[in-house]
Design a protein around this ligand. Structure first.
Ligand code: PLP
Length: 431
């Protein structure tokens, strides 16, 4: 299919693809078809060049260096924070905290809430609510918190078509709820969750004056949905939002936690070390203001600089346009997958209700075998539980194969996947 005949595709798709040097790779003469962007996205030249330039010309530690290079490096690092704040519409740039990935951002919230005192303190009788489709990074930290505090973990289930089952929301979100933590977009089912509705409900309960604390795991949302925190009505705006740099065409080794200033100021530090203190005496220390209170030690400097370039690159293309592209490709992929005999898609079948990750099963073939045969055709997909074991268990499967697209994916690559799956069926004598 020609890349221009599908409504919604990025009009400059071929130019965008040229920004990503890795897409030119071939394997034994077979061109790479990269359909694993929900796992990690590829990097445009501007991100690579910005990071190389920083290392070649501006490298120094930040904040503590008393020289020109240190000042340049600090400016570049803080420029990364400004880019994040712009990208998510953060009301205040000091509310943006750098972590090493989304997992650390979510652990930061869970741990500091575990240690919090006063109206944020969590203990027996309190409840933390998550969902059955979460990535393990948004399950295990809350299991640890509830096990350690005596609180109870509860969760929203899923409907058969992979949507969040909100039929028992009144039983789940109650006066006992202290925290609600949920993904915006599922990395396995692709489902887009009604975070505004749930945040509003969570903010309206609780006997501690502020409602439950709402944490949104935006790891799969940030790459493909426009986010504008400042534009959200206050009661629908989450209290924390986490995402990871490497899925937004940025480098690995950096993640983001945005949090509401009042909460961040109230919470205790996560890790102790250099740069997060105001004063240190042998008996006791006092802490820096936000965001530095939560950034102990030398931060991921060149990664923050690269992330800034990545987010500016995505904003330049436009998140509305990227979202439309993802929807067009996802719809095209769902149509193609529906033609493969014995193939079942896990999750919503309507492209407008889902993100760009599509997990599926093919009767009679193990997902690892599918991924291996596709790899022999140059097609990179993921196979396994995708760090979402409970969601797989809900659908009675141990593992699945997952294709995931991004702003550089073409309809031709989806055609290659469908042909690859036909080839897989022939290979295993199913056709
Ligand atoms: C929804 C979701 N949450 C959290 C994560 C964890 O990201 P990281 O491994 O970069 O911490 C991922 C990564 O796959 C994800 O898809």
């Amino acid at each position: 299919m020609s890349t221009s005949s599908l409504p919604g595709l990025l009009p400059e798709l071929e130019i965008v693809r040229k920004d990503f040097p890795i897409l030119e790779r071939t394997f034994e003469g077979v061109p790479l078809v990269y359909l694993d962007s929900a796992n990690t996205s590829q990097k445009p030249q501007i991100v690579i060049d910005t990071m190389v330039d920083h290392l070649e010309r501006h490298n120094a530690n930040i904040a503590r260096a008393m020289h020109h290079l240190g000042a340049e490096s600090t400016e570049a690092f803080e420029g990364g924070r400004d880019a994040v704040a712009r990208f998510i519409g953060a009301p205040d740039r000091d509310e943006v905290i750098f972590t090493k990935n989304a997992s650390e951002a979510l652990n930061l919230v869970a741990n500091t809430l575990m240690w919090a005192r006063g109206d944020l303190q969590i203990g027996e009788g309190d409840e933390v609510v998550i969902t059955e489709l979460e990535h393990h990074s948004n399950i295990v930290p809350w299991q640890l918190l509830t096990e350690r505090t005596g609180a109870t973990l509860r969760w929203f289930g899923l409907t058969d078509d992979g949507q969040l089952d909100v039929s028992n929301i009144d039983e789940l979100i109650t006066e006992r709820t202290k925290v609600v933590s949920l993904a915006w977009v599922s990395n396995m089912l692709g489902t887009i969750l009604p975070i505004a509705e749930i945040t509003k409900r969570a903010h309206a309960v609780g006997d501690h004056g502020r409602g439950a604390v709402v944490v949104v795991d935006a790891s799969q949302a940030a790459p493909q949905l426009p986010i504008d925190l400042a534009a959200m009505p206050a009661d629908e705006r989450p209290d924390f939002l986490a995402f990871t740099g490497h899925k937004t065409v940025g480098p690995t080794g950096i993640g983001v936690l945005w949090g509401r200033r009042a909460l961040l100021e109230q919470l205790p530090p996560f890790l102790g070390g250099g740069e997060m203190i105001a004063t240190v005496r042998m008996e006791k220390s006092t802490y820096a203001g936000i965001p530095h209170k939560f950034e102990a030690g030398t931060p991921p400097i060149v990664e923050a600089v690269g992330l800034g370039a990545a987010l500016d690159y995505l904003s330049h293309i436009g998140l509305d346009a990227i979202h439309a592209h993802e929807q067009a490709i996802t719809g095209y992929a769902l149509d193609g997958l529906a033609t493969v005999p014995g193939l079942t898609v896990l999750g919503p079948l309507d492209a407008t209700q889902r993100g760009g990750a599509i997990a599926f099963e093919l009767d009679g073939v193990h997902p690892h075998d599918i991924a291996q045969v596709l790899d022999s055709q140059g097609i990179a997909v993921r196979a396994g539980h995708h760090c979402a074991k409970p969601a797989h268990a809900r659908f009675g499967v141990q593992a699945s194969t997952r294709m995931s697209s991004y702003l550089y994916t073409t309809p031709g690559e989806i055609d290659a996947l469908i042909e690859g799956l036909e080839y897989t069926r022939r290979y295993f004598k199913l056709a």
